[in-house]
Design a protein around this ligand. Sequence first.
Ligand code: ZN
Length: 300
Amino acid sequence: MDIDTASDFKAYIIGDREYFRWRDRTSGDTMKKDFALSQSLLDYLDLDFAGELHGLFRQAGEHLDVPELFSSIADQHIYFELLRHEPKAAGIGLPEEITPTENVVAYYPENGWLLQEQAKELIGKNLRVDDQRGWTIQQRLADYAITQVQPFRFDPIQTCFERLDENNFAEVLYPRTVRDLVNFFLRELIRREITFKTCRCCGRYFPSYVHGNSEYCERVFQDDKTCKEIGAVSMFRARLEEYPAMQMYQRAYKTRFARIKAKRMTKEAFVVWGEQARVYRDRVMAGEMELEEFEAWLKG
Ligand SMILES: [Zn+2]
């Protein structure tokens, strides 16, 4: 089979990063982007095909000769960079389903959404860090392949093994469709047995190896704050509610801190008080001291 490299778009993985390379149509320059492994796929799962993208694809389908439309689409996700070169790449990638008409790109929102659902399901059922059944990833996938109504189909993809630079020689994907890209990255996640957690703040997947035991991802959630930052605050509040001693300490701490500002207490006295207060607080939390006793001390 001849490899069709007409689009000049390629994807590959080196270490724990994924790379995309293509030739800019106007300048002829080689463009390159890279991300942490699995990021492009996770970002794809977040795309809103019913929103702005829907309109962009519909318009592009009608006006295939307007490069600005394809640029706007490419800006939404790295996989869509492929469409700028090859609008037909928006086909779902199953030979019988590729529409021969030129405006196949107009159908993409539906195809893209289906592809997104399948990828999400595959990760949710097989690549979660915690599996209730205690199965290995291989066992889960073996089961998924026969029990899932419409499992993700890992159709053949076009890859080469080639030199990338003076330090690297790796498997390179020449995607024909956006589906090929999803296929390529899902394979790698399975091959490496990379697992995911569901963020307790935004509900989206993040790789479980990224930051230790965190239950929160590092995406920006609101007001420039990441889920991880929001999670730290809410866990602190939850601890306060769970432990009255913690709450009492916190309140007394604030009162005394205000006294320093008002020069009614010295910093030194505050430090001494703080050390003692934390010892008592921890004793109460460990069940070695009565809460009332601690309360009386704080008031004294
Ligand atoms: Zn999150």
